[in-house]
Design a binder for this molecule. Sequence first.
Ligand code: CO8
Length: 259
Amino acid sequence: MSFKNIQLEPREAGIFCLTINRPKVLNALNNEVLEEIGLALDLLGASNDARVLLITGAGDKAFVAGADIEHMSRLSPLEGKAFAEYGMTIFRRLENLNIPAIALVNGFALGGGCELAMSCDFILAADKAKFGQPEVNLGITPGFGGSQRLARLIGRPMALELLFSGRMMAAEEALQRGLVNHVYSQQELMEQGFKLAAKIATKSGTAQQLSKQLVQRGQDLDLDNACIMESDLFGLSFSTDDRREGMSAFLEKRTPSFA
Ligand code: CO8
């Protein structure tokens, strides 16, 4: 399938790279971009080959500099609400994608861009990356889940400071605050992203899928119920081909080969 605003490229070993591709407007998100991201997620979710998704931005300046302000400037309150709901639905689907999704933040990740990155399983950043929710400068609130995910990831006081001030956070600070897993030079970011994705792609996909569910759904449960869910899914993992292959490989002293 060909897209206008994004690229979806299969790479080696089941790794797919989704690039938001509107560099002239720093990859800003409008309905068309969101729709294409949704279509790409449908393709990946239905694919037996996809093992890891990497998301990045085209050009050397931005991951995504937010929702498209020109587009938003023409929206009525109800259209604004619909736009926010649409973006949230797409980002929630990304969050629940059945394979690991990693954001490779190569520049500005602002507003909807920061929200897109936070909807991935984790973030790797270039040293010049900048994160923030600058909606306060436009007289609006975050609308694609930023107020919720940022506070969950870096804590309420710092999330509120960023929301109130619109301040951009440099990659190193984002690393210290736990928003980002690793920071690399701009040149190294893609290489390191693919290296980690290639390693992840050799591991059990079913175990990864179950672990993702455990972490995500468990966060909204009390510890007792979260632990019950873990023992349930642990039990379920014993029914899989990957469990047979993983344990046989260990006992036979060989490297497992997962489907
Ligand atoms: N939307 C549309 N166009 C944009 C955006 C954007 N978010 N960001 C940059 N651009 C465009 C600029 O207008 C400019 O276009 P042109 O060349 O035609 O003038 C081009 O990209 C390059 O940008 P700059 O010249 O501004 O580049 P600088 O290096 O000087 O500055 C910045 C880079 C700091 C990133 C600056 O562009 C900026 O501040 N951009 C806006 C950032 C922002 O406010 N983002 C948050 C938007 S709000 C949001 O995302 C809410 C999400 C939820 C929506 C809910 C729905 C209602």
